[in-house]
Design a protein around this ligand. Structure first.
Ligand SMILES: Cc1cc2nc3c(=O)[nH]c(=O)nc-3n(C[C@H](O)[C@H](O)[C@H](O)COP(=O)(O)OP(=O)(O)OC[C@H]3O[C@@H](n4cnc5c(N)ncnc54)[C@H](O)[C@@H]3O)c2cc1C
Length: 415
């Protein structure tokens, strides 16, 4: 009682650690792209904030705790889309990316072209909703160039596309290094007074005057407000009183090694082959250097996005595993077909996970007096993360919602 009146919590009395030694205005749970951006925006607004999240595991195959969907060297930044919410969030994130790069000296975002190719006349899914892409592009000022067969072979002679293809180039797309981005966001947050705790949260105890945030290491933190940004683990972590409607899919990204000295110049490519019935959409990023020092083209096919995760207990095994066994071969085959001059070296899988929401938008909502959420990347949670973090931070600070995107768009659905 006396400790509470003095702004101290039972945890401090019991354990005396620094972060647990007083009550904090905000605790952010999860330090992925969304959580890291939110904590930076809270800290730069002068708020007292702690963020809790684990380090990337050293040995994925043995790790029993939480994983993240951003443990990679490359994510696409793409505004050529018919989804207005995505385009606005991504466009508005660029200012934040640049601020953070400048403040920390850590570069993680660069402009790089995107190329989308499909059979002319095909417009059956959101990748190829050409009219929708043009309409949003006109409204929001996204530069794109349409190409026919001739234009494709003139502009991209290194590729072999099927005849009867249609292409769309976005010259001002980009590539983001998500690991470096999270590091930079956290560094900028710390420079503004935030505290980073490398641990997992195992429980939130809602008490009369605060929330007790219990860590895996046994310590606890007292918070006025908690923002949950735990990605695919949000339901599994059981920190919310109700389950969110979220659909998790395992993705088998494939890293195909390229010789560093003769790596091909590539835009980020999204491609569908017209001659193949039910042909999957294929993706490939330009060669990027990975922590092992080697260069890889990261590829995937839409079939590799087709691994629904059944139940909370399926998440850990997916990350600990090797993805869909046949995908490395499929992706190498796709690259050989697209890039006849390219000689792929070894390929291996990098399991990852996407969290879809039924609304198609992230959930950014205060779900009770003290708890808010920022989750649901819908496969575009890196390029939009700074703006999602900014909006979540303002929501937690009770700043009135503003801007062209209404709060309604980001309301959570429950399972
Ligand atoms: C193969 C692949 C390709 C993709 N390509 C793109 C792309 O090109 N462009 C793009 O924008 N997006 C892309 N995405 C999606 C993007 O990576 C995700 O949307 C993004 O990582 C989501 O960010 P997040 O912060 O919500 O979740 P995460 O990145 O998963 O971060 C959540 C964090 O919460 C932590 N956490 C979980 N539970 C707890 C707990 N109990 N206590 C504390 N911390 C916890 C985790 O450890 C993790 O660090 C891709 C995803 C995949 C799988």
């Amino acid at each position: 009682m006396i400790a509470e009146a003095a702004g101290l919590t039972a945890s401090r009395v019991a354990r005396g650690s620094d972060a647990a030694s007083r009550r904090h205005a905000f605790v952010v749970v999860g330090r992925g792209p969304m959580g890291a951006a939110a904590v930076r925006h809270l800290a730069t607004a002068g708020e007292d904030v702690v963020v809790v999240g684990p380090e990337e595991p050293e040995d994925w195959s043995q790790h029993e705790g939480a994983f993240a969907s951003h443990y990679d060297e490359g994510r696409q930044f793409e505004l050529a889309s018919s989804e207005e919410v995505l385009v606005r969030l991504a466009k508005d994130s660029v200012r934040g990316f640049q601020e953070v790069e400048k403040a920390t000296g850590i570069s993680f975002f660069r402009r790089h072209p995107n190329l989308r190719v499909g059979p002319a006349g095909f417009s059956d899914d959101h990748y190829y909703n050409w009219d929708g892409i043009d309409a949003v592009g006109r409204e929001l000022g996204v530069e794109t160039v349409h190409l026919d067969d001739q234009g494709l072979s003139d502009e991209f002679p290194q590729f072999r596309f099927e005849s009867g293809s249609r292409g769309l180039v976005e010259p001002n797309g980009g590539v983001i290094n998500p690991r470096r981005m999270v590091k930079a966001q956290l560094r900028a947050a710390e420079a503004n007074g935030a505290t980073v705790i490398r641990d997992e949260v195992v429980a939130l105890n809602r008490r009369s005057g605060d929330i007790e945030v219990v860590l895996k290491n046994g310590k606890a933190i007292s918070a006025d407000q908690v923002l949950i940004a735990t990605g695919a683990f949000t339901n599994a972590a059981k920190l919310l009183e109700r389950r969110l409607a979220m659909y998790l899919y395992g993705v088998t990204a494939v890293l195909v090694e390229v010789r560093g000295e003769s790596r091909p110049e590539l835009p980020t490519v999204t491609c569908r082959f017209g001659s193949e019935e039910k042909s999957p959409v294929c993706f490939a990023m330009p060669p990027l250097q990975y922590p092992d020092g080697r260069w890889y083209i990261k590829g995937a096919t839409a079939s590799s996005v087709d691994s629904p995760i059944a139940g909370d207990s399926g998440i850990g095994p997916w990350f600990r595993g090797k993805g869909v066994e046949e995908d490395p071969k499929l992706v190498v085959g796709m690259l050989r077909k697209l890039l006849p001059g390219f000689e792929p070296r070894k390929a291996h899988a990098l399991p990852c996970m996407v969290s879809y929401t039924p609304t198609g938008n992230p959930y950014i909502e205060r779900i009770d007096d003290r708890v808010g959420i920022a989750v649901g990347g819908n496969a575009w949670g890196v390029m939009t993360s700074d703006e999602i973090g900014r909006m979540a931070a303002e929501m937690m600070r009770d700043v009135p919602w503003s801007g062209p995107l209404s709060a309604e768009l980001f309301k959570a659905r429950f399972a």
